[in-house]
Every structure is written in structure tokens, then in C-alpha cells.
Design a protein around this ligand. Structure first.
Ligand code: ADP
Length: 230
């Protein structure tokens, strides 16, 4: 299935590039020969192909991230999360958000790319699905077990009705219209697959209007795992 998705996504991208390019040529070179309606149709065409491209990119990301990881390296979660937050500085400032990260998070067995996807998507959602004038997203450790640790990403946002707690992890599943909140609905599907590829589990605690806490486990690495065992 992964290989199939990968190759189909690549194949779909090529005709799409042609559609994009030619609608752009028409818009640039023939704009004055069209009336307003004609230009409007073309703009809609260009927008729809850009969106299709994003959906295909998301499918590709999903197919890549789900590959099972046998021997993941040790990664410093504190360092990775700090980097992710730094990369979001513009969004954080624009929304007057506050991202609080607990000190000294443990090392886990995971590759940096997957960890960045996981924390990046969850923190971004915590700011995006938030109507507070001062969005707050907290990242930390809820629990440390023998071989793994449970992390949380909590926000003071719009919350999610429990009847949708499963559905939101489906690919391209969204609870809102694009006009309300931007997005394709691939983020959480990607995050969950990434966590499962690393041997973890993911769930959430949330009610409508009450903020959301995403929780997930990841296998502890090296010293952090043995520290617990000792
Ligand atoms: P996208 O962000 O592109 O919509 P996601 O897969 O990340 O896609 O999320 C799927 C849906 O789950 C979102 O459209 C939104 O309705 C809901 N959701 C995700 N994260 C949150 C959150 N932190 N608070 C409230 N709703 C959320």
C-alpha cells in the first residue's frame, strides 16, 4: 500500500504540473482577451490545482512517514522541540501565542524528521484551532514508564467533541470548512502514523470549548531507558 501510494502520487503530480503551468500561461498572456468571468474561472482552476498538489504532497508525506522504523537513533526531545518552536516564531508572534515547553524532556528512540513532524503539527494545530486572544500551547511529559514515556501537547483552543475523536485521525478528515481554518486534514493522520512507526500510541482528551490535550508514547532511548530500569 505504501509503495502504491508513493508511485501513484508521483504519477498524479505530472499532469497536474501541466494544468498549473498552462492555466498560468493563459492568465498571463491572454488575460486582456478574457472578461471578468473568464479570468475568475481560470483563477479558480489555478487554485484548485494548487490545492490538489498540496493533497498529493500530503499523501506522499503520509506514505513516507509510515514506514516501520527498526532501529531508530536516540534523539533529544528538548532540542528538537526548541528547534520546532523557533521555526514557528512568525506564527507564534502573529497570534500572540505562548508555547511553554517543560525543561529536560527525555531522549527517545526516534529520527529527528519524524519528531519534527509530530511536535510541529501538534503545536501548530494548538495555535490554529484556537480563538483565545492569547493562545497557550504546553508541551511536556505526563508519565515515564519502564520502556517508554508519555508526552502531551495541550492547548486552550476550541476543543473537539468526543464523537469526532477517532475521525480526526483519518486522512483528509476535517471538522471545519477551509474558510474557517486553513488546511487539508492530513496533519493528524501523518502524526499518528509517525508515532506508530516508532512503536508508540496516540490518543486525546478534549471536549468542545475546553481545549485539547494530545497524548502519545515514544520508546525511551539509552540512558533514559536504563535510568528508569535501575
Ligand atoms: P488540518 O489541520 O489540516 O485541518 P489535521 O489532520 O491536523 O488537519 O486535523 C484534523 C481536524 O482535527 C482539524 O480540521 C480540526 O477540526 C481538528 N483538530 C486538530 N487539532 C485540533 C486542536 N488542537 N484543537 C481543535 N481541533 C483540532
Amino acid at each position: 500500500m505504501e509503495a502504491f501510494t508513493h508511485s501513484v502520487s508521483h504519477d498524479l503530480k505530472e499532469p497536474l504540473r501541466t494544468i498549473e503551468a498552462f492555466s498560468q500561461f493563459v492568465l498571463e498572456d491572454y488575460a486582456e482577451r478574457l472578461d471578468d468571468q473568464g479570468r475568475d474561472y481560470l483563477q479558480k482552476l489555478a487554485k484548485a490545482s494548487a490545492r490538489m498538489k498540496q493533497l498529493i504532497e500530503d499523501l506522499l508525506a503520509l506514505s513516507r512517514i509510515g514506514r516501520h522504523v527498526d532501529q531508530a537513533p536516540s534523539a533529544d526531545v528538548s532540542r528538537i522541540v526548541a528547534g520546532v518552536v523557533e521555526g514557528m516564531r512568525a506564527t507564534v508572534d502573529q497570534r500572540s501565542a505562548n508555547v511553554r515547553v517543560q525543561d529536560s524532556l527525555p531522549h527517545v528512540q526516534a529520527d529527528a524528521a519524524r519528531l519534527e513532524q509530530i511536535f510541529g503539527n501538534l503545536i501548530a494545530n494548538g495555535i490554529k484551532f484556537n480563538r483565545s486572544p492569547r493562545p497557550v500551547v504546553e508541551v511536556g511529559l505526563r508519565e515515564r514508564n519502564a520502556g517508554d514515556a508519555t508526552f502531551f501537547v495541550r492547548d486552550n483552543g476550541i476543543g473537539i467533541d468526543p464523537q469526532y475523536h477517532e475521525r480526526i485521525f483519518g486522512i483528509f478528515q476535517r471538522l471545519h470548512r477551509r474558510e474557517e481554518y486553513e488546511g487539508t486534514g492530513a496533519g493528524l493522520a501523518i502524526v499518528k502514523r509517525a508515532i506508530e512507526a516508532l512503536g508508540g500510541r496516540m490518543w486525546l482528551e478534549s471536549a468542545l470549548g475546553d481545549g485539547t490535550t494530545f497524548l502519545f508514547t515514544l520508546p525511551l532511548a539509552g540512558e533514559d531507558a536504563t535510568a528508569q530500569a535501575a
